[in-house]
Design a protein around this ligand. Structure first.
Ligand code: AHR
Length: 329
């Protein structure tokens, strides 16, 4: 990710909500607001079914860009996570002349031609969650996401502090080619600093609990159970690793610790129950921020090239327990 200036969302959700409602009222058909009756068409090139985080994120976008808010959101999930189906949907949206395109890319590379076509058609593109490689921010308005490098850096710092005398660790990665995987590896390594923790293996488990379990089972057998830490790049893979640890007769929190990223309900419950050791949120609920950015982009206002969505870390059962009841995803 380029070291582009980032802005943190300076106001709380309530303020964003108020600002967004104000903006939306101006742009909906709400006669009281005196706004135009025009509907804004949004092409959402989405990932589709991929796990709890993705479901929460894409539902939040669809719940935000509603007809009542003045939008016609055209949801186009990938077919089996296939980038070609996303590029085809993207091209259709450009040809159709939608007002704005939201893109959550299944693959980081291979988007230059599509983005240039949208630019020639003067259709603004906003990246949601996933970045592109190479990161040419002249081809899109902004990227809205939690900061993967910073999130993973906090996980690495927790790991270094938790294992002052070192130990063996493994990484369960998302699929090769997905931008956030590289960002999370970079951040985790930065967070480790000069820790004597030793990486004994890193493999993809494709964001899946089933694969997380089978991959970690193999890793445990190959190391004769001599692994003290798992960095799972998402919750599902970490939950799968917890199952594998249990079946190998290991106690999570004592024999092995498992750290994950996302903060979905199942992971927070597992943290509360001691089946995970650390969960860093990667907040998926940024629909209101995306709507505000669409309004600004269509009004020709400047938008920074990266808008960071704040996300919290949870390092104990008590911390998880405290938020479980009100968890929105
Ligand atoms: O890009 C975000 C990642 O994609 C999430 O961490 C993971 O759960 C999702 O599938």
């Amino acid at each position: 990710m380029s070291a582009k200036k980032r802005i943190r969302i300076a106001f709380g959700l309530a303020a964003v909500g108020a600002l967004t409602i104000g903006l939306a009222a101006c742009s909906t058909g709400d006669a009281d607001a005196g706004g135009s009756d025009e509907i804004t068409t949004v092409g959402f090139v989405a990932v589709g079914p991929e796990g709890a985080w993705r479901e929460a994120n894409e539902q939040n976008i669809q719940d935000t860009f509603t007809e009542e808010a003045g939008y016609d959101l055209k949801y186009a999930p990938a077919t089996n996570l296939d980038q070609k189906s996303q590029i085809d949907a993207f091209t259709s949206f450009v040809d159709e002349g939608v007002d704005v395109i939201l893109l959550s890319a299944t693959e980081a590379s291979g988007w230059e031609d599509s983005l240039k076509r949208a630019q020639e058609a003067e259709i603004p593109v906003i990246l949601l969650d996933r970045g592109i490689e190479p990161d040419d921010d002249s081809l899109y308005v902004t990227r809205i996401a939690p900061d993967n490098v910073e999130v993973a850096k906090e996980v690495g710092a927790w790991a270094a502090a938790t294992f002052p005398d070192g130990g063996n660790y493994v990484v369960l990665e998302g699929p090769a080619g997905v931008g956030v995987v590289n960002e999370r590896n970079t951040g985790f390594d930065e967070g480790l600093g000069d820790s004597s923790l030793n990486k004994v293996d890193a493999q993809t488990a494709n964001w899946s609990a089933e694969e997380g379990k089978s991959v970690f089972e193999t890793m445990l057998k190959a190391s004769n159970n001599d692994i003290q830490l798992v960095f799972a790049q998402n919750d599902e893979m970490g939950l799968g690793a917890a199952q594998a640890a249990e079946e190998a007769g290991l106690v999570v929190g004592e024999d092995v610790k498992i750290a994950t990223i996302d903060g979905t309900k199942n992971a927070m419950q597992a943290l509360a129950d001691g089946q995970l050791s650390y969960v860093h949120e990667y907040n998926p609920l940024f629909g209101e921020t995306a709507l505000e950015v669409v309004e600004k982009a269509l009004a020709g206002e400047d938008v920074d090239s990266y808008i960071v969505v704040p996300s919290e870390a949870f390092d104990s059962a008590e911390a998880a327990q405290a938020v479980l009841a009100d968890r929105k995803y």
